[in-house]
Design a binder for this molecule. Sequence first.
Ligand code: PLP
Ligand code: COI
Length: 341
Amino acid sequence: MSTKNIDWSSLGFGYIKTDKRFSAVYRDGAWSEGGLVDDATMHISESAGVLQYAQTCFEGLKAYRTKDGKIVVFRPELNSQRLDDSCERLRIPKLPEGMFLKAVDMLVKANEDWVPPYGSGATLYIRPFIAGTGPVIGVAPAPEYEFRMFCTPVGPYFKGGAKPIKLMVSDFDRAAPNGTGHIKAGLNYAMSLHASYTAKHAGYAENMYLDAATRTNVEETGGANFLFVTKDGKIVTPKSSSILPSITRRSLMIVAKEYLGMETEERVVPFAEVPEFAECGLCGTAAVISPVGQIDDHGKEIKFPSGMDNMGPVLTKLYDTLTGIQMGRIEDKFGWIHEVK
Ligand code: PLP
Ligand code: COI
């Protein structure tokens, strides 16, 4: 049961302190066993690697309450793998085998009253992260780290939920060709703040970033990958080594092909091709699928035929199938659902 006194249907995407969080520390070359703690505040050195040089990476996944009352998480092993990849690129020690998944189970179980009810439109967002907590002053990996995983109930990432949003093509770059765009490093998000402030100030929900090297190909937004639908119903998603390999996007490409029998393509998407598409959406754990109705490029407007009122028909099918699998309404053919008991 969701026993907390919350108006679940009006939740936005914000932080609400829940009861317990998982914590483990890396000290003297080894990770502690870790466990649940009550304190939502971290106490770290003023010279911590995370504070001085942004040595931190994170993940994002959700727990769902299914139709038949179970609590489940979606493909958590992929988040664990991606956290490892982020750690490697940032010289952060990887977690011991199995710790991530154990922490998900313990955290969600301990906060089960915070998992929003089935059908409320809200979910429990889980935020794992590792930060360099030990002191550095020369640029070097920190000597100590903390792995934390907390959770917070959330509603839609974009205001209005399934209402189409407007994007602008950014003059800023998100990631360099051989940089850190493919990992979930905190620094990628710090440097996006000015760009997203600029977009929001100009009346847009988000930015569309183009590839930094040529500024001719579509990359992604600050927190989600792109999906396009061609006029003949094919699903197209940009391929690039500098975008985050979204678990939602990878899953949706399989849903499109294996559940819905659609054709899919992961390939370079020239920005010049965007006006040709019938539908456009953003996908990610937080965003789920957020429809895009319009993209503005320095005064030039690209309006998708699906319009500004509703999500287009093809993305709606994808959305219904993915959320159906996550909420237990549609068969989980590929073992994507992990039950928390
Ligand atoms: N792209 C960026 C930059 C993100 O931060 C996220 C969020 O995790 C995504 C894409 C979507 O990834 P996922 O579907 O794994 O949540
Ligand atoms: C997620 O979708 O989990 C993310 O981490 C995106 C973030 C920008 C909220």
